[in-house]
Design a protein around this ligand. Structure first.
Ligand SMILES: [Mg+2]
Ligand SMILES: [Zn+2]
Length: 593
């Protein structure tokens, strides 16, 4: 963690006031179903990092609102359970998702229920637009193009970062399209689908279909469905978009999970992975709700679908990160798309299964972030959908019953239509972890994600200083001589107590209260430490007084994984900070179950 501002060329004696508050606090915060007795303020304060992220991983669950997340959690983990990654993100907020309707302008009526095109355009460009439109402004009619809006992916690519776009839908579907294409209608996926996007045809001097624009934009890693769109012939000659991508932009084609595994670098060109002719297969076979008394029953569980040689979203995310990782950083958008598609089909199992896939992909991102803390992870949805958890089989137009992980029946309903289902207009959850993650808290709008993805100018965190040291605070440089006393630091105004030197190190530690034996073996227990005034910080896992494993973190803290083999019982995590003054040791118990 890099939340401590540093004085250039000096020992880090500037102390975040937030961390002072951590002394004597700490404890677990995010890992268990009950948040426990301990005050969480210190943990949250320690997680605030105002630095600009080097890497950004944006994970989208299409149509993945709080209702389907809750239904999926009940089913997979039980009502008191928690998803390992989705529910571990420390900063959460709500996000409004409304769009606009076509019209004469310049003011356009509000569309209270949006589709995936204007919503993805919202975070991609920072601007609202009309239904079905891909990163273009509003206009008088669907078939009239709006102004092209530059996307975050294009801007970051031009800054020298690598870019990736992963989806379980067609890569030409609205969510991945909005990251790196500009067109008046989302339906104009390939050169053969351009009837209502005439101006965009390459033959007419336009940028071409969505498939053509994605490869012309030279996105480094494209993984998903839509072989059908990429097999369509381009306007200029007899080649397919896929062949054109290989010929003109040196794309390397990947067709199944084995070939994806085999790719090791971008040295031979950008990667175009096309794993299905249309959308990819959801994890679970469908269970479609029907008119009451509905589908399924109190013993109904979902069954795994046969996904053949298709890679999972988790595997695509892991490979994309491996290929994109580089010193200049990257921006990766990952979409669990089939939550939405299956909700449209009133298919509760299909939707639930792919919320789980989003959780697994998020875990891959968190694992990478543990080693690369300058990575911002944002997990959100584009718009709300129709799944509701209801009190009984009669409480909706179409219903289904599933047995949850608790062993109890859960009833869900789809009531927007007699068959199938449509989007709804409520706000959706947004969650984040990493540098500048605090920007998702409270109520934000989708368009607010645009500057967050690009990285904001870091704000100054509240600071105190110790006597005799010089510290730069907003606007001026202050030297604080003399013994310990209260000083007022200009900038974000606050009064803090400066202790006499040498100061003892201070530590705030976050350790889960319990862990399974499997998780302990791999990846190990995750320990996050924030430290001030330390020269060296070590983290140990002990059984009794016997050390099992020890690792070091940076002098101002960090996150480590401590893997170990252990039977059920209690272990101890011991964090020791060695400082100029005296040492400080903190320990936490960890139950292995
Ligand atoms: Mg989508
Ligand atoms: Zn949809």
């Amino acid at each position: 963690m890099r939340f401590l501002p540093r004085v250039p060329g000096r020992r880090p004696l500037v102390v975040a006031a937030a961390t002072i508050a951590a002394v004597g606090g700490g404890g677990t915060a995010f890992a268990v179903s009950s948040i426990g007795e301990a005050d969480r303020s210190a943990d949250l304060a320690a997680a605030i990092d105002s630095s600009k992220p080097r890497n950004v991983i944006l994970l989208i669950g299409d149509g993945t609102d709080d209702s389907i997340i809750t239904a999926a959690r009940n089913y997979e983990r039980g009502a008191d359970g928690r998803f390992g990654a989705l529910d571990e993100l420390p900063f959460t907020g709500d996000m409004t998702t409304h769009g606009l309707k076509v019209g004469p302008g310049p003011d356009y009526p509000i569309a209270y229920v949006s589709d995936s095109a204007p919503t993805a355009s919202g975070w991609s460009t920072g601007k609202k637009t009309v239904d079905s439109r891909i990163s273009q402004g509003p206009s008088v009619a669907d078939t009239t193009p709006g102004a092209d809006y530059r996307t975050a992916m294009e801007i970051l690519r031009d800054q020298g970062k690598r870019t990736g776009n992963v989806s379980t839908a067609e890569l030409t579907d609205a969510t991945p399209a909005a990251a790196a294409a500009h067109i008046n209608l989302r339906e104009c996926k390939g050169p053969a689908n351009m009837a209502r996007c005439a101006d965009a045809r390459k033959a007419n001097g336009g940028k071409g279909s969505i498939a053509e624009q994605l490869v012309d934009n030279k996105i480094d890693v494209l993984l998903g469905g839509a072989r059908g769109s990429f097999n369509q012939k381009i306007d200029a000659d007899d080649r397919s978009v896929l062949q054109y991508a290989k010929d003109e932009h040196t794309y390397v084609e990947v067709a199944n999970r084995t070939e994806l595994d085999a790719v090791r670098s971008l040295d031979d060109g950008p990667i175009l992975g096309l794993f299905a002719s249309g959308n990819m297969t959801p994890r679970y076979a469908p269970l479609v709700a029907t008119a009451p008394p509905g589908a399924g029953g109190p013993d109904q569980r979902c069954t795994e679908a046969d996904r053949g040689e298709q890679p999972s979203l988790e595997a695509m995310t892991r490979k994309a990160i491996e290929l994109l990782d580089n010193p200049k950083g990257f921006f990766l958008q990952v979409e669990s798309a089939m939550v939405d598609k299956q909700e449209h089909a009133s298919d509760i199992c299909g939707a639930i299964g792919d919320v789980g896939e989003l959780d697994r992909a998020t875990q891959v991102a968190l694992d990478y972030q543990a080693e690369h803390p300058d990575t911002l992870i944002i997990v959100t949805s584009d718009h709300a959908h129709s799944t509701q958890i209801v009190p009984g089989v009669d409480a909706g137009r179409q219903t289904a019953t599933l047995k949850t992980a608790d062993g109890d029946p859960m009833y869900v309903a789809y009531s927007t239509q007699e068959s199938g289902s449509s989007h709804t207009g409520t706000q959706v959850r947004v969650a984040a972890k990493g540098p500048q993650a605090a920007n998702v808290t409270g109520l934000i709008d989708q368009t607010d994600l645009f500057p967050t993805i690009l990285g904001r100018e870091p704000s100054e965190l509240p600071t105190i200083t110790v006597p005799g040291e010089t510290v730069t605070v907003p606007g001026e440089t202050v030297t604080v001589p003399g013994p310990a006393r209260t000083v007022t630091v200009p900038g974000p105004t606050q009064t803090v107590t400066a202790p006499a030197r040498p100061i003892a190190p201070r530590i705030s530690v976050n350790v889960p209260r319990s862990i399974t034996r499997n998780q302990l073996r791999r990846p190990g227990v995750t320990v996050t430490v924030a430290a001030t005034g330390a020269a060296r910080v070590t983290v140990e896992l002990r059984r009794g007084n016997t050390r099992i494993v020890r690792k070091s973190v940076r002098s101002n803290g960090g996150t480590v994984r401590l893997p170990a083999r252990a039977n059920r019982g209690t272990l101890r995590v011991v964090v020791k900070a060695t400082g100029e003054g005296r040492d400080r040791t903190t320990s936490r118990t960890l139950r292995v179950r």
